[in-house]
Design a protein around this ligand. Structure first.
Ligand code: TXA
Ligand code: MG
Length: 334
């Protein structure tokens, strides 16, 4: 069941669904989440089951904005020993597309955390997500666990219709989707591990390394073997059914020349114009990283739905603002 999030009654119904241990498709600024009460172990198990996700892959807990901007107090019920640099990052980027991994209080959100002794926390900036988190809290839901609302290993959803597609067999009483329109950021949050005394990048996103380093005035380290497992960090992820291949513009042209008219099974997502005579399905990749991120998953879904066997994607430009997009495309192509 999909309800228009502009209707206040829809937000209330979704909050009640969460309080009753049910699942809600929640729009955020990044992607849609599959939400449940983080404090309700059986509700959280429902997320893992619906996604087909291994239960040791931790989920992010979403919190409403801190009262009076006191982020340290806002995360205190979930996390202990929160380092100062983490609070600085909260102040700089919350509400927004940044997730922080913090040492977890052993008595809370164990199932959501997939058994890790840490917990991922984020305050989304999307007005519908915030309204839902505030309404749910009034009903006793202190935090909302939500992974991206896609089946395990698939492309993340950026519209309510994508969520409905992913979970088509769930009945109205099993999933309530709030339609808050297309997600404005379009790729998942940047994840920074703050549980080891210094910041470590676990997943790139639209909050960039440079922005994080500038905010906390220390280097952001790359993830290594000691980093906790994160499904968004599996090499193959975000994969459509068609095979995705990253190529530079010249390679795409040369390969199409070889194929001639036999290119009907191929779709191309590239910045340059293809020769007019090309009988190939093309979507133009925006020259701007934010615009590309915003449409990326919807474009992959759309091209995939045409039934093509191959999606040739032009390698993104080098700049750091493309790190998030490049990461998702590399995983889709793995
Ligand atoms: O933008 C987002 O982050 C979206 C929206 C819905 O908030 N959520 C999202 O969730 O992308 P998910 O589950 O698809 O990806 C969350 C990532 C996973 O790679 C997970 O392993 C990692 O965060 N993660 C969560 N808690 C963690 C923890 N305690 N330690 C290490 N990684 C963690
Ligand atoms: Mg995901």
């Amino acid at each position: 069941m999909t309800l228009n999030a502009r209707d206040p009654a829809a937000i209330e119904a979704a909050a009640q669904r969460l309080a009753a241990g049910g699942l809600v498709g929640m729009p955020t600024e990044t992607v849609y989440g599959l939400a449940a009460d983080a404090g309700n172990a059986s509700a959280v198990r429902g997320i893992f089951e619906a996604k087909g996700r291994p239960s040791d892959h931790p989920l992010i807990v979403h919190l409403p904005p801190a009262e009076g901007g006191d982020w340290r107090a806002a995360v205190a019920p979930l996390a202990h020993s929160v380092p100062d640099f983490a609070v600085v990052l909260m102040k700089a980027f919350w509400p927004g597309p940044l997730t922080l991994i913090l040492p977890r209080r052993p008595e809370v959100a164990a199932v959501a955390a997939g058994g890790q002794d840490s917990v991922g926390v984020r305050c989304p900036s999307h007005p519908v997500a915030q309204a839902l988190l505030v309404a749910a809290r009034r009903l006793g839901v202190m935090g909302v666990a939500a992974p991206s609302a896609n089946r395990f290993g698939r492309v993340s959803p950026t519209t309510a219709a994508h969520v409905a597609e992913e979970f088509a067999e769930l009945k109205d009483d099993q999933l309530l989707i709030l339609d808050g329109g297309a997600c404005p950021v379009g790729i998942e949050s940047t994840i920074v591990d703050c549980s080891r005394g210094y910041p470590v990048l676990l997943r790139p996103g639209m909050v960039t390394t440079a922005q994080i380093e500038a905010a906390c005035d220390q280097p952001l380290r790359e993830r290594d073997e000691a980093a906790p497992r994160a499904s968004g960090t599996l090499e193959s992820h975000y994969a459509p059914t068609a095979r995705v291949r990253l190529m530079d513009g010249k390679q795409i042209h040369a390969a199409l020349d070889v194929l001639g008219k036999d290119a009907k099974h191929i779709a191309v997502y590239s910045r340059g114009t293809l020769r007019a005579a090309r009988a190939v399905l093309q979507r133009r990749m925006p020259a701007d990283a934010a615009a590309c991120a915003q449409e990326l998953f919807a474009v992959l879904r759309e091209l995939d739905a045409t039934g093509v066997k191959l999606i040739w994607v032009e390698t993104p430009p080098d700049g750091a603002d493309w790190d998030g997009v490049r990461d998702r495309l590399q995983r889709a192509a793995a």
